[in-house]
Structure formats: structure tokens, C-alpha cells
Design a protein around this ligand. Sequence first.
Ligand SMILES: [Zn+2]
Ligand SMILES: [Zn+2]
Length: 270
Amino acid sequence: MESINTFRLLCTTGTVAGAMIMIALERKYPYSKTQRFFREGFFNDFFWYTLVQSFVLGLAISFLAEWVDTQTGWSRFTFIREQHLMTQLAFFLITHDFYIYWFHRLQHHSKTLWRIHEAHHSVRDVDWLAGMRSHSLEILINQSIEFLPILLLGSPEIAVLKGTVDALWGMYIHSNIDVHSGKLQYLINGPEMHRWHHADEEEAYNQNFSTKIAIWDWIFKTTYFPKGKKASRYGLSEVDFPKNYFHQQAFAFRKFEDDVVSESPVETDS
Ligand SMILES: [Zn+2]
Ligand SMILES: [Zn+2]
């Protein structure tokens, strides 16, 4: 018990250090030179999404895992837990990344699912913190699918380790760092492609769905990666997205305006 708490503390320290490094690199090598550190929505994203929402949903998902275990007893299956920690991490990382590619793609093509993904695309200045803005329902669905199998079938360290990798990678792919990873961008996703995913520019709509492993986009032909060109406008131009956390959450449940011709990056499923 004590060792897992020490491990958790180590990982938290690593996440904070990672954030500091990315903030410093954003200052030194900015993708967009005009972007401010305290940009619109900074405090909302930091306080409500990063601190409060993550904590509350983390607790909810661990209670859910305990409840599922009392109903099913799945934690008695030890096959995955018996493997090396790195093997377990790779297994959960690859399988979840494949799932998230398809769910993410579906969210961009379904009018209903887009509603819970819209918050993530509402940030106008994409930076190290921007990835944290995701609707609570989107997080609840995705992180339950991600962490329930880990909590039930994996070693306790894996949930902590995977949470750390997610946090660091999420910061990295959104960061305002002018990364040129060359051929590595065929394998590993980074800001070069994910910033285009957030661009409010028509040619980039519905492209670059990958999160960690870039291969999915290349295999399934959803890449937008123009050479020598940078994304410059982000966010949602077709809706007046609220600024307050609670209004942002409620905004997902507004009435559908079927008679309005949408110019949003989502292709409706109707
Ligand atoms: Zn998206
Ligand atoms: Zn994103």
C-alpha cells in the first residue's frame, strides 16, 4: 500500500515536471508566436477541468470498478497481472489507443456524440493545458472503458502509470511547441498533426483522429499534414461556446436545430 502511494507521488511529480518542461519549450520554440500563456479560458481549464473534474471523475470510476468487481468478480483473473509491468502497459496502451481512434472518429460523424466532444474543440488557443477541456460525459465514457479493465485485470501500478502517460501525452500533442519529428510522425502522434485536428480550417476538418499512435491515421487514411504550412485558427466558429464550466457542461444538452445548415467540422449522421 505504502509502495503504491510512493509510486503515485513519483508519477505526480513526473507529471508536474513534464508540464514545466512543456511550458518552457512553448516559450522557447513556439508553434504560434502570438499565443499568450494566460489565454482565454486558462483558469477555467486549469481549475475546473484539470483539478476538480479529473479528481471527481477519477473517484467515480474507481467506485464503478469496485462495484463491477463485486458483481462479476473479474479481478480473480490474473493472466494479465502476471505479465511484466511494461508488457501490461503496452497492451493497455495499444488496445485503448485503437479504441479511442474509432470512438473519436465516430464523435466527429455523429451529431449526438459530437455534442460531448464539442467542448474539447472549443479552445481558441491550443496549448499544453487545452487537452484537459473535455466534457465530463466524454471523460466518463472513455476513462471507464480505459480504466475499468486496468483496475480489474492489471497490476495496481498500471492505472497510475497509464494515467501519467495519458496526462503527459495529452499535454504534448496540444502543446504550442514547434515540433518537427520527421519520419517519427508516422509512428508517434504529436502537436504537428494534432494542432491541425483542432484547426478551424475546412481542409483539416475530420482528419488526424489519432492520440498517441499516429499509425491509425495513416492506415485508415485520415491524415492532414501539409508540408510547410501551420494551423492558425482554432475553436468553433459556428457556435457561441459558453465560457463558464457549468454552462459548458449544460451546452451539450441544448436543443438540436435541425433546420440550421451546419458548417461545423462534424458531418451529421442524418
Ligand atoms: Zn476531435
Ligand atoms: Zn485535442
